[in-house]
Design a protein around this ligand. Sequence first.
Ligand code: AP5
Length: 191
Amino acid sequence: MLNIVIFGPPGSGKGTQSENLIKKYGFDHISTGDLLRHEIETNTQLGYLAKQHMDKGELVPDEVVIGMIDSFLDKNVKSKGVIFDGFPRTTDQAKALKEMLASYDTDVAILLDLEVPEDELTKRILERGKTSGRTDDANIETIKNRIAEYNKKTKPVMDFYAAEGKKVVINGVGSVDEIFANLCKAIDAVK
Ligand code: AP5
């Protein structure tokens, strides 16, 4: 199982590039953001809890998302590869992922860090917010808070993978195709 973490701040292109990577490599994909939005849409208790945090641009508690990954792995043990999109987002989540993958005799192979400046992120998210219906896209304060959460709690995850020699930085500004080609080069090097 080739485990790839697609990483980067809100609006950096993780979801967009994940879709392309799935098509090319036939990997499975887990987006914790998509799963949480599904819980909200279907009015579950977990969705209700998640919404309190997501609407403010805050991270959802670790134990909630770690549980989601655990059940995903359980159902996808025979996968040839998994793209983790939006997870891990804290160092504790990274440690939990390592433990969960170890129980399947595997580990993260690479973290692909999409680098995009803050003004470009804000521009992209506000533009998407015109049609996405995502409450966390709609106003500048929430977007700023998402970016602040990323800087404070999520960025340290990169150090965790850098220490294992698994972090690769990818310029996330440019055409989607250009960025995709660079992601593929990095993946092909660890396949
Ligand atoms: P999540 O859904 O993961 O959102 P995010 O990380 O904020 O990322 P986005 O979906 O906004 O952006 P993206 O990087 O996927 O970029 P995209 O391809 O969409 O999380 C939402 C919330 O859920 C979190 O705030 C948190 O509350 C909670 N959550 C989720 N996971 C969690 C976890 N593990 N722990 C705790 N809480 C968690 O692109 C953005 C836009 O830019 C699109 O419109 C796209 O068309 C455009 N675009 C893409 N590429 C380019 C390009 N190259 N040039 C121009 N525009 C581009």
